[in-house]
Write a protein that binds this ligand. Sequence first.
Ligand code: PLP
Length: 373
Amino acid sequence: MTKFSHRVEQVSISGIREVFEAAGDDAINLGLGQPDFPTPDHARQAAIEAIESGATDGYTSNKGTRELREAISAKYDRDYGLEVRPEDAIATSGGSEALHLALEAHVDPGEEVIFPDPGFVSYDALTRIAGGTPKPVSLREDLTVDPAAVEAAITDDTAAFVVNSPANPTGAVQSEDDMREFARIADEHDVLCISDEVYEHIVFDGVHRSPLEFSTSGNVVVVSACSKSYSMTGWRLGWVVGPNDRIERMLRVHQYAQACASAPAQYAAEAALAGPQDCVEEMVSAFERRRDVVLDGLADAGLEVPTPNGAFYAMPKVPDGWCEEVIDRGVVVVPGEAFGEQGAGYARLSYATGMEELKEALEIIGDATRAVQ
Ligand SMILES: Cc1ncc(COP(=O)(O)O)c(C=O)c1O
């Protein structure tokens, strides 16, 4: 009988799902990695109009519609003053597919991929699926990645390193100096930097910068998506941008695995990117207010938590048995080890939840913390 590939046997379904299954139906869910806001109306309407006109009945070009890639290009100019040509972008099925393309196109079997630990679960799994070897690096006390740690982890076998700022699961935002360092490392060591910027707009203090702004060697590719910025996780629309030779290689994977991103989602994304951006600002302000409430609540519970400056996650240090106690009391949180070995002793809380539920959950967390200390 046909057995399973060695690569697929190396990955398992994310531990996050197990937590959801363990929780009761009426639990307050602080485990979700998606905004709780509606998709902006103008994005929805653009998809509806495109469907009604028949524009979405056929495949689009493999890279995505010219209009969407022009909107992506205009976005990089508007946000970072970066020139990204429409031909140097591929619209993908979410940031997830973009990460997959980047790794498939650049990692040979046995080559190493460096990424943060704790870090987003896909980096380890997609590295293994590409036949590569995961090389997790620990974080600083403030939960950012030290570029020096990445540089020290580079060997002759390194194919790529992943930067993720703002970060899942920590909410940490890398400084401009760090981003310059990541670009220098990519340039000097001639290794690929995959910059996962899906939370690029969700920054409270400081600004998001991209290694793409500082690299001169063509060794940076940027992954982003409409998913988090425009509350469009269900639409499955992301992209990867980078130097044309890298884009053309990633396109080979995309063309055969996907053909093109879903056409209705491409029209919605074009409207989201090219339309008014105040919906993003409103969502970010709401997240910032919730972040402050979460930080106060965790401090009141006596938990130590580095201030997250972006995304919608907080990652406190927690005592033994804390996650089980909190989950038993009806609040879903994700144990830090779901994000890597170094996540042990931490928990991830998502505050993509209404303020009232959040306050209620923090009360429960306070009681649970007292119970286990
Ligand atoms: C850091 C990070 N990168 C990429 C993704 C994938 O996003 P998408 O829903 O666009 O595939 C996520 C989703 O949670 C994420 O947290």
